[in-house]
Design a protein. Structure first.
Length: 194
């Protein structure tokens, strides 16, 4: 009698656990729905790329191109495309303050240099976080440059007073401190988060 009772109890448990195929699918669908809802509540910023854009202008207010800064590999990559500038090599740097008051753009401050390094890509004691290779502009007034800034952070780029990108009249010699002897500032743009 005792074994009959145990067999009956085991059969009841098996039947209760099996349920209909539809019930099993309903449980699985409910589980997927819960997973989707959870994933849908993830913050939008989780996979977003941080970027900022600076629209450059000349001293007389003419458009001179665009610079895009993007958070990349723990640093900042800058991509620059200019137009309407004199042909030749030009110093191009990120400057410490997000202001571009014409005609001299001096309100942009000096080169962005949070670690107080020396200037220049060729200086063994350098370089500033805002130092970049020379921008080469063709006879058509156009030029491009892409560069991963050394020692830069995106948070530093867009700190309380912001930053600007400045194009100089002459080539940067990549060693003379503090500015590479690159001459007057001929175009400037303030970085703004996108």
């Amino acid at each position: 009698m005792k074994s009959l009772y145990l067999m009956s109890a085991a059969a009841s448990l098996l039947l209760a656990g099996c349920g209909s195929p539809d019930a099993a699918n309903d449980d699985m669908a409910a589980s997927k729905s819960a997973d989707t809802t959870t994933m849908g509540t993830m913050p939008a910023e989780a996979g977003a790329t941080q970027s900022a854009v600076a629209m450059l202008q000349t001293a007389d207010g003419k458009p001179a191109g665009r610079a895009t800064a993007t958070a990349a590999d723990g640093g900042v990559a800058v991509s620059l495309a200019v137009e309407g500038l004199p042909a030749g090599k030009h110093g191009a740097h990120v400057h410490t303050t997000g202001k571009c008051d014409a005609p001299k753009f001096e309100t942009a401050g000096g080169h962005w240099n949070p670690t107080q390094a020396k200037h220049g890509l060729e200086d063994p004691a350098g370089q500033h976080a805002g130092d970049m290779p020379n921008l080469v502009v063709g006879e058509d007034g156009r030029g491009t440059l892409s560069y991963q800034l050394k020692g830069a952070t995106f948070a530093g780029l867009l700190d309380g007073d912001g930053s600007a990108i400045v194009i100089h009249a002459g080539a940067d010699d990549q060693k003379t401190d503090p500015s590479g002897d690159s001459g007057a500032r001929i175009a400037c743009g303030v970085f703004k988060a996108e």
